[in-house]
Structure formats: C-alpha cells, structure tokens
Design a protein around this ligand. Structure first.
Ligand code: NDP
Length: 484
C-alpha cells in the first residue's frame, strides 16, 4: 500500500506499533480503495505517549525561545520543500483536490510553524511598577503537556495550528488526528524531529473517540485543544473541566452570508462558492445560510448556477479538478440525507441534489432556494456541499435572522454600502466576520467562534495566551509593614 506509514503512532521521536489496537482502514475517498491500515492506540500506547511528552517538557521549555523558534521555522521550511508530496498524501487521506491541497494544507501548516516560530523569542512577561520602588513582574510560563484532537477536514493544518503555538510556548504535545484522516499528522511529527525537535516534544497517536477521551481525562495533561463538532466539544469541555484544564474549542457552525442588492454580484457569487463548495463543503466556517435581498435573488441564482456548471468534478489528483468527493461514505450519506430533507420540507432545488454515479463518495454541489428559517437544512450543520439561499427584504430583519442560531463561528456580508457593512458586522454574533470576501484564515489573524461554536482563539498572537499562563511575582524594595 503506497501510503502505508511505517507504524501507526509516532512517540518519543520514533514510529511505534501495537497491533492489539482496533483496526483503522484509511480509504481514498475518490475510489473507496484502502490506502493504509493502522491501529488505534491501546492504553499502553496512550501511556507511552503521555510519559514521553511529560518527560520531554522540562528540557524543551529550558531552551531559549530563539532556539525553539529556530526548530519550528526549520520545520516550516521542510514542509514547504515537500509541499507537493505532502499534498498528494493529504489528497489521498481526505479526497480534497490536489488543486486545493497544494495551496491550503501543508502550506497553511508551514505558515503556522513559521509564524509561531517567529514569535517564540518574543514571549515575555512584563514589569509593573507599584510605587515606592516596589514592583511586580510576570513570567509567561508554559502549561505543560497539551493534547490536540483533530477533525478530518484539514488534518495537516489542524496538527500545526495546535502544535506550533503549543511548542513555541515551551509545551509538549500529544496529538490525536481523526481516525478518518490519520496519515498527515505523522508526517508533521517526522518533520519536527528532522528539524531538530527533541524526542517526545510532539507525539502522534491514532484512535477513535475513546482514545481522545482517555487523553483528556489524564491528570498529566494541562490543556486540550479540540477541533470537532459541538456534541464532541461538549463532552471534551466537560471532561477537561473535571481536571480544571485549559481548553480551546474550535467547533461547528451554520454561518450566515448576507448579500445586499447593492453588492457586486460576481464577488458575492464567488464568496458563496468559496464559502459552500471549497473542500466539498467540509469547512467549519462555511456561510451555508446565504441571505439574498429580494431584488437580486434571481440574478444571483442564475449566475451561481452558470458558474457551478464550470466546476470540474473528477479524480482529485487531476490538477484541473476543482471539486472532489466527500471524505467518507458516512459523511456522504449524512449530506444526502440533508438533501432529501430539503426536498421533503419544500425547499426549491436549484442545482445538483444527487450523488454522482461513479466510484467514491461524490455529491453534486447543491443549491436550494426559497429556504425558510425553520427548515432543517437552514438550522443544522450539514458539513457537505449544500447551500441554502434565503430571501430577505430589510437590514433589521436579516440581522435578527442571521443571528438566530446557537452557532457563532463566522458571518459575512456583501455590500458596497460602507457604513452598512460595518453596522452589520458589529451586529453579528460570530467570532470571525468577513466584508466582501469569505473564508480566509491567515495565521496572523485570530480564528474561532462565539456561542456554541467555540471557546478561545487559534492563530495570531492571541493563541499564545491559550498555550501559556502568567505567574505574578510581587517584589518589595521596602520593609514589610505588619499591624502588630
Ligand atoms: P467530531 O466531533 O466527530 O470529532 C472530532 C475529534 O474528536 C475526532 O478526532 C474524534 O475522534 C474526537 N473525539 C470524538 N469523541 C471524543 C471524546 N469523547 N473525547 C475526546 N475526543 C473525541 O468531528 P469530525 O471529525 O466529524 O469533524 C467535523 C466537525 O468538526 C464539524 O462539526 C465541524 O464544524 C468541526 N470543525 C470545526 C472547525 C473549527 O475550527 N471551528 C474546523 C473543522 C471542523 P474520532 O473521529 O476518532 O471519533
């Protein structure tokens, strides 16, 4: 098997196997073919990984920030050099077109390693004068062993978005990828070692939810960063609370995208395409509720359908292909189930709506119009290529409807009315907002959700606060006064 790794897990700088663990079959979603066979971590493997991370931490945090940063930046360079090979692996693991994986996966992971590598030397506390010569200083300290748990849509990116800030701060990590896409995190671990990371600083173990759960509840773990669904987030947050652990939760969404009738229609259609069909719709921040003002609705739908007809749907390894399969048969069936619900509840099918008859898990890009707020497809996260178009008339009305959801990950507005754009964004109950664009996530900017969509932020300088804590030191330069 072409993509078979040397072993399932990467612990203490080496590949490790334990064939007693439950079998994991890795499937190329474009064909259904098995491309690797791995094993879920047994309790012995979990133990080995946590011990390794725990033992490695003291020496890692004792390095200077400059030294840690240099290793991360070297890893970033290696990732960029190997971008094509890593992208081929990611395409086979996830089914995403090579056209996408070459620009959005290892490259995004490399950005995180480079950015946090660059910040590592600048992580400091501060000096706070108290008067009379007394002062406080703060020490920014690492948390210890951090656990990262990933979803299957951006496996390399998630492994790096969590690993890079954790390591920059002097923590060590045990990362558990989704069992659906277990391969690329192993490459991240290999590359970090090659770049000079000491053994045990970044470990990867495979497994189903039970392995994640055993990591989260372990007393050696100080922090958990999860990318996953809201139901999993709830469980992981609760388990972490028991041990009063730090958490970052990057969870799901049902984000609104509002298109006013003064918007540039081509740009709005581009935003809607990127925000619904990139990665076959398997992006957490997607703007899947597209509110279009009544005056331009039919023009918008017409251009959208014309442009979707240009999507090239085929083998994701073909560089011309712009739309690939869904990640698994299970996810495909979930999306098809929602499409049936959309039809049954009376939404108007404007485009797509079927499984594509060929090997693999391909679902047509699908657009429903005349969707109303209470329809299932407008309320629940589908995580597939299904766009709901809803009509609206006034700004006040659309604002209230856009926010009428338990989620708060992202939100976007297309308009050429300057003050309205900022007014709308100020009213959005969402962590990540877009004006006349959609779905950007550069490492320099904070990324994360409000409401049920998450806790904390990834990327940017803010991520540092979620992987470190401050020790406060009071210093008296005077005699100590006591009442008696
Ligand atoms: P899941 O929530 O099913 O799983 C996420 C990860 O958590 C997996 O590695 C899973 O393992 C693990 N897990 C499951 N149960 C537990 C548990 N009790 N304790 C610890 N770990 C557990 O999400 P998916 O993998 O299906 O990913 C899709 C979801 O991720 C979507 O809802 C999407 O919105 C969200 N997402 C959010 C992003 C964001 O940044 N906000 C980005 C990308 C996706 P296993 O898979 O083996 O069960």
């Amino acid at each position: 098997m072409k993509f078979q790794p040397r072993a399932s897990h990467f612990i203490d700088g080496e590949y490790v196997e334990d064939t007693n663990g439950a079998a994991i079959e890795v499937i190329y979603p474009a064909t259904g073919e098995v491309i690797a066979r791995l094993h879920s971590a047994t309790p012995a493997i979990v133990e080995q990984a946590l011990n390794s991370a725990k033992n490695a931490q003291a020496a890692w945090v004792a390095l200077s920030g400059t030294e840690r940063g240099r290793i991360l930046r070297r890893a970033s360079d290696i990732m960029r050099e190997r971008n094509y090979d890593l992208s081929v692996l990611e395409t086979h693991d996830t089914g995403k077109p090579i056209q996408e994986t070459t620009v959005a996966d290892a490259t995004s992971g490399a950005d995180a390693l480079e950015y946090f590598g660059g910040l590592a030397a600048s992580l400091t506390g501060e000096h706070i004068p108290l008067g009379g010569g007394d002062f406080v200083y703060t020490i920014r300290e690492a948390l210890g062993v951090c656990v990262g748990i990933g979803a299957w849509n951006y496996p390399t990116q998630i492994a790096c978005w969590k690993g890079a800030p954790a390591l920059a701060c002097g923590n060590t990590m045990v990362f558990k990828p989704s069992e659906t896409t277990p391969l690329s995190a192993l490459k991240v671990a290999e590359i970090l070692v090659e770049a000079g990371a000491p053994k045990g600083v970044y470990n990867v173990i495979q497994g189903y939810g039970d392995v994640g759960a055993s990591l989260v509840s372990d007393p050696r773990v100080a922090k958990v960063s999860l990318t996953g669904s809201v139901p999993t987030g709830r469980k992981v947050y609760a388990a972490a609370a028991d041990g009063m652990k730090h958490v970052t939760m990057e969870l799901g969404g049902k984000s609104p995208m509002i298109v006013f009738d003064d918007a540039d229609i081509e740009n709005a259609v581009s935003g809607a395409i990127l925000g619904n069909f990139y990665s076959s719709g398997q992006v957490c921040s997607n703007g899947t509720r597209v509110f279009v003002q009544k005056g331009i609705k039919e023009a918008f739908l017409k251009r959208l359908s014309e442009r979707l007809a240009h999507a090239k749907i085929d083998d994701p390894m073909d560089e011309d292909v712009s739309f690939g399969p869904m990640v698994s048969e299970n996810q495909m069936n979930i999306a098809l189930g929602y499409i049936e619900k959309g039809k049954a509840e009376g939404a108007r099918l404007v485009y797509g709506g079927e499984r594509i008859e060929r090997d693999g898990y391909f679902v047509q890009p699908t657009v429903f119009a005349d969707v109303t707020d209470n329809m299932t497809i407008a309320r629940e996260e589908i995580f597939g290529p299904v766009m709901s178009v809803l009509d609206f008339e006034t700004e006040e009305e659309v604002m209230a409807r856009a926010n009428d959801t338990e989620f708060g990950l992202a939100a976007g507005v297309f308009t050429n009315h300057l003050t309205r754009a900022h007014r709308i964004v100020a009213g959005f109950e969402a962590g990540t907002c877009y004006i006349n664009t959609y779905n950007l996530a550069p490492v320099e900017a904070p990324f994360g959700g409000s409401k049920m969509s998450g806790v904390g932020r990834e990327n940017s300088k803010l991520a540092i606060n979620h992987f470190s804590e401050m020790k406060t030191v009071y210093v008296s330069m005077n005699d100590v006064e006591a009442p008696y």
